[in-house]
Design a protein around this ligand. Structure first.
Ligand code: LHQ
Length: 259
């Protein structure tokens, strides 16, 4: 259900159940988790591209899945989130290397929100983001209530969640929900070019940057200045910082090692 390709310095992970628009069943969850853990354990993997096979990115939970926690008489969806979706969102946020999401087509339900959990989101212009949950009597999950509210504010967050309005990639970019919308035939190239550039970059500094920006969503300025002080101190101890400054002074490209 997932294709994991290791390329020069980065990985491409493709959700691969195209006949169901890559909706998540248990097997796809477990395969994605294993792929992300393999990237985490791989010191030379400097970036991840997450994308989908076929015409969709991901249609969220597979609603035809036989999982009894979904289909039982009083299904415990909280348990489904705790077991599968919440650890996935936490893992994407905690990974050291930047995770680029290349949203190749429709991203619905938890599929939209897993895309939004990634660090840099590129979407094909034909892709749409749909908070489909209200159509089946649920609330946005996989971080949806968080991403929408933080990125867009309450007014747009509520309208998108309540109406399940399909948001175009271009509007998503213009609204600040994602990084950018690109022509469909340019998506793969743009995502891999970005991954290649991250793969040559200061991975440790990227990890600290992720951490600092994620902390900023919770902090006031004073608390955030403290976060910057302690994380910058750590960045300043890295070999990559020494190399970056030396390369600048010697007017040559830096040769970062990711530590
Ligand atoms: C699907 C799915 C799908 C199964 C398309 N499942 N087959 C939920 C529950 C439990 C715990 C935790 O959290 C969650 C989180 C969630 O994600 S809830 C939200 C689940 N997702 C949805 O409600 C989206 C359902 N899908 C759709 O609304 C449409 O398929 C979209 C708008 C995504 C795409 O529409 P179309 O482009 O018109 O494609 P389609 O509907 O024809 O889908 C293609 C095939 O994929 C089709 O199968 P078929 O055999 O008829 O060709 C669909 O049945 C299947 N598929 N999504 N989530």
């Amino acid at each position: 259900p997932v294709i994991h390709e290791r390329r020069d310095g980065y990985a491409v992970i493709t959700l691969n159940r195209p006949e169901r628009l890559n909706a998540f069943n248990e097997a796809q969850h477990l395969a994605l988790r294993a792929a992300l853990e393999a990237c985490e354990a791989d010191r030379d993997c400097g970036a991840i591209v997450l994308t989908g096979a076929g015409r969709g990115f991901c249609a969220g939970q597979d609603l035809s899945d036989r999982d009894p926690t979904i289909l039982g008489e009083s299904p415990d969806l909280g348990m489904t989130l705790e077991t599968y979706y919440n650890p996935l969102v936490r893992k994407l946020r905690a990974l050291e290397m930047p995770v680029i999401c290349a949203v190749n087509g429709v991203a619905a339900g938890a599929g939209a929100n897993i895309a939004l959990a990634c660090d840099v989101v590129l979407a094909a212009k034909s892709a749409k983001f749909i908070q489909a949950f209200s159509k089946i009597g649920l609330i946005p999950d996989a971080g949806g209530t968080y991403w929408l509210t933080k990125h867009l504010g309450e007014a747009r967050a509520k309208a998108l969640a309540l109406t399940a309005h399909p948001l175009s990639a271009e509007d998503a970019a213009q609204w600040g929900l994602i990084w950018k919308a690109v022509d469909d035939d340019r998506l793969k190239e743009e995502a891999t070019a970005l991954a290649e550039s991250f793969a040559k970059g200061p991975t440790r500094a990227y990890a600290l940057t992720k951490q600092a920006i994620q902390a900023a969503t919770m902090n006031d300025l004073d608390a955030q200045l403290e976060v910057e002080r302690s994380l910058q101190r750590e960045a300043g101890w890295s070999d990559d910082y020494k190399e970056g400054v030396a390369a600048f002074l010697q007017k040559r490209p830096a040769d970062f090692k990711g530590r």
